[in-house]
Design a protein around this ligand. Structure first.
Ligand code: ATP
Ligand code: MG
Length: 555
């Protein structure tokens, strides 16, 4: 991606505002997650959009927890969200804010609306309110409590706050228009009674504001200029505007954009929570999940997620984005930064019969051909090595350029070897290959004019270290699992393959988490932060080298 930012309709709005000095030259955005789950790649898009605008227009970006619903929210989620937003590089400075800190102010605003005759306490039950809402073609019915006096409303609202009524006994509703074509304006609920502990406010409150009532107030209190949200809030905007206009307070502009949907993925927090709770995956950060913490564990970089976010841009209409674009962004980034190493996932032993048994050579290997400064390392070569089982075939198809009986192949950074003998068990399983090497063919010495078609990776059998390697594939095997009520039936049964006895080159002994490696010919890998420890080394495959699904779909 180029440094120059692609423009989009939100940038155009901001530039116009700057020209007309609508906000006094200020740009102030926010990301307002509800702490009821871990963040996913859709949230990343929203974070990077909001933060990117603040950064590019020298403005400010707030992280604000929309913690207005005590029943589903937890500190664990707050902590994970802060970590994820930081990791993405979205700088909120010292502004970690909580909507619940504005509860008193919101209450005062509600009292204001009551005083203005614009809100009333309603005794209808949730069902009662639903039944009187009307339909698309019929207006709703006015609540019998709609014309209570200001004094009575003030009194009842205070008693609601004081805990005198049980859950659901009363609500505070805005007095707008039961005949409005927009359902959101048919006397919407502002407060509900919920006797429940709040993760930050404890039992201070037993009335809680609804999203629509609270959100504009939060934006207003923080001096937000552009309140960016997803398209499903478009028909809530008249209500957002109505509340702020009635109160006559500072009034940010709500702007809607299309949410990110990825194919082969579910993104709703409810569904992700179900995958976790019912153990379809191993936690929120299972590397097959679309959460930020899963991507981090899997070896994705913040740079690659930022570049993905730039590639997809900002749209006004919902669409399904191809997950291969995300994988492209990861490969593109890791290609530049990942150190190359050799690892054999499913080893086949090769004994080189004409190589001196005690001899060990240290061969030079390039760390990263994309990065001149990365230099070289040495890798040991000796008479016993491992190659990949799939790099040998007894009955090869045409155009198989790897090792075959009697055939030759180049060992990367080393020599050309020839397969002389295949050793099998009594049941016919291939146990080992006996090969010879040609001493005149050492890589990098320039003495060899001989060309062989295939080059394969290998590790020294005597020096390699053992590891478990986890290979991931898409969690769902259909494009749009969320569109099917039976979405759980579309989980890909092969989304995780655990390879137990892989062999790695010795330099990986000190591999640490959050460092990306390219296992030559196999893909990008990183140490797994959950299962790797001093006794066993566990690697995750971040992404394959090529888009294997594209190939599958073509054939
Ligand atoms: P829910 O409301 O179901 O709990 P949510 O995904 O909307 O889930 P929030 O915590 O309310 O979760 O979202 C925080 C912010 O992230 C909102 O501003 C929302 O618009 C934005 N957001 C959520 N999902 C996406 C998405 N898929 N693409 C872009 N932005 C998103
Ligand atoms: Mg939401």
């Amino acid at each position: 991606m180029t440094e120059e930012k692609k423009t989009n309709f939100i940038r155009e709005i901001i530039e116009e505002d700057l020209k007309t000095n609508k906000w006094g030259g200020r740009v102030h955005t926010r990301f307002p997650p509800e702490p009821n789950g871990y963040l996913h790649i859709g949230h990343a898009k929203s974070i990077l959009l909001n933060y990117g605008l603040a950064r590019d227009y020298k403005g400010k970006f707030n992280l604000r927890f929309d913690d207005t619903n005590p029943e589903k929210e937890e500190q664990e989620y707050v902590d994970s969200i802060i970590e994820d937003v930081k990791w993405l590089g979205a700088d909120f400075e010292d502004r970690i804010l909580f909507a619940s800190d504005y509860f008193e102010q919101m209450y005062q605003y509600a009292v204001d609306l009551i005083n203005k005759g614009n809100a009333y306490v309603c005794d209808l039950s949730a069902d009662g309110i639903r039944e009187t809402r009307g339909t698309l073609t019929e207006p709703g019915k006015e609540s019998p409590y709609r014309n209570r006096s200001v004094e009575e409303n003030l009194n009842l609202f205070e008693r609601m706050r004081n805990g005198e009524f049980p859950n659901g006994a009363k609500t505070l509703r805005a007095k707008i228009d039961m005949a409005s074509a927009n359902f959101n304006l048919r006397d919407p609920i502002m407060y509900r009674i919920v006797h429940s502990e709040h993760h930050r406010q404890g039992s201070d409150w037993c009335i809680y504001p609804t999203y629509d009532w609270a959100h504009g107030l939060e934006d207003s209190i923080e001096g937000i200029t552009h309140s960016i949200c997803t398209l499903e809030f478009e028909n809530h905007r008249p209500l957002y505007d109505w509340y702020l206009n009635q109160l006559g307070i500072y009034h940010p502009q709500q702007i809607e954009f299309a949410r990110l949907n990825l194919n082969y993925t579910v993104m709703s927090k409810r569904k992700l929570l179900q995958l976790v709770k019912e153990s379809y995956v191993d936690g929120w950060d299972d590397p097959r999940m679309p959460t930020i913490s899963a991507y981090r564990r899997r070896g994705y970089t913040p740079e690659s997620i930022r570049s993905f976010s730039d590639i997809i841009g900002v749209a006004k209409r919902d669409a399904l984005t191809d997950i291969s674009l995300l994988e492209f962004a990861i490969r593109d980034d890791l290609n530049k930064r990942a150190q190359r190493v050799m690892a054999v996932l499913k080893p086949l032993k090769v004994v080189i019969t004409n190589y001196p048994e005690e001899k060990v050579e240290d061969l030079n290997a390039v760390n990263n051909p994309e990065d001149e400064k990365s230099g070289y390392r040495t890798i040991p070569f000796c008479s016993e090595i491992f190659i990949e089982q799939s790099d040998f075939m007894e009955d090869p198809p045409k155009k198989y350029f790897r090792l075959v009986p009697g055939g030759e192949v180049r060992l990367k950074y080393a020599y050309v070897i020839k397969c002389e003998e295949v050793i099998k068990s009594s049941s016919g399983e291939i146990l080992e290959l006996r090969c010879t090497y040609d001493p005149e063919t050492r890589s990098g010495t320039g003495t060899s004019a001989r060309k062989v078609k295939g080059t394969i990776h290998w590790v020294s059998a005597r020096h390699s270290i053992d590891a478990e390697v986890r290979l991931y594939d898409r969690l769902f095997n259909i494009e749009d699992p969320a569109a099917d009520d039976n979405w759980l039936e579309h989980i890909n049964p092969d989304s995780l393959e655990i390879v137990k006895n892989s062999k790695l080159e010795p330099s990986l002994k000190n591999a640490r988490t959050r460092v990306n490696y390219q296992f030559e010919r196999l893909g990008y890998f990183c140490v797994d932060s959950k299962y790797s420890n001093e006794h066993s080394l566990v690697f995750n495959r971040t992404v394959t080298l090529k888009d294997t699904w594209a190939k599958l779909n073509k054939s």
